[in-house]
Design a binder for this molecule. Sequence first.
Ligand SMILES: NC(=O)c1ccc[n+]([C@@H]2O[C@H](COP(=O)([O-])OP(=O)(O)OC[C@H]3O[C@@H](n4cnc5c(N)ncnc54)[C@H](OP(=O)(O)O)[C@@H]3O)[C@@H](O)[C@H]2O)c1
Length: 286
Amino acid sequence: MTGAAGRAGVLPLYPQPGPERPLRGLYLDHDLRGSGGGLIYANFISSLDGRVALPNTRGVFGVPAAIANPRDWWLFQELAIQADSVLVSGRYLRARARGEVQDLFAAFHDPRYSELRAWREAQGLSAWPRVVVLSRAVDFAPPAGIEASRLLVLTGASGAVSAGAQRLRVAGAAVIAAGPENDIDARRVRGVLSEAGCGLVYAVGGPQVLHLLASGGALDRLYLSLAPQLLGGERLSTLVEGDAFEPAPVLRLHSLYYDQTTHGAGAGQLFACYAVGEAEDVRERG
Ligand SMILES: NC(=O)c1ccc[n+]([C@@H]2O[C@H](COP(=O)([O-])OP(=O)(O)OC[C@H]3O[C@@H](n4cnc5c(N)ncnc54)[C@H](OP(=O)(O)O)[C@@H]3O)[C@@H](O)[C@H]2O)c1
């Protein structure tokens, strides 16, 4: 493993407690590719008081530095490397172009993750995933280092006929209207992704994207790292941002691990994975 993630193990707590096992391979062993086609899975790290993003000293929102850590980041890469498609927001691509945010595509090119790329190659997967972008504004350029032909942009009807959409199409990207006006219709997301052959989709957007996916029945698993810290702060993002869910979806604990070595002696973070809805239950029984 990259030295950053260290050698210490994690303790499985659920469904089968213990024994300690290596961090390395933890989420590769979830065998997402074996779970049958178009699983859509998201991943967040949160503080105990529910902060997933806070403004930094320049006022730019991002993952709070106090909770970001290499062991969680390693698992992020293990989830990324299994995906056929990585789903981001248009806002993320604009922030990436300004150099303001972490590189969510690191697994596919960063030297620290070469062993994960070797794993990907051994599965017969393409070196790079498809990049799915959810956007109203459609005002971003194809991200540096990623071929435009890998981009699939989902937007509303107006975004799909915008000048930005036209520029992206000329560059080689696909732009699809998945809603009648400005917004993507959440209920159409799973169908559009499936028709476009997006396969296993790793959703790494933020709270609005998670809300969209969950409200549209387009989320199968939520990976959630819980850092044992209280952060406070009055401007903040939590896991989801949007209207109240009605009814509120119930998530089922799929697995839970205790990582003793992060955040100081014995403090520990938790790596949880929740399954959402019936589709995941059926896959697991099948
Ligand atoms: N702690 C964590 O694990 C974690 C994980 C992910 C993100 N974050 C943080 O969360 C913050 C926000 O992340 P983010 O900007 O990637 O995600 P986001 O807030 O979920 O995405 C917002 C963008 O998604 C698009 N969008 C949302 N709803 C839409 C709809 N109905 N139809 C069409 N497009 C829609 C819009 O893009 P356009 O503006 O292009 O129209 C919108 O600006 C960042 O600070 C990030 O660092 C934290």
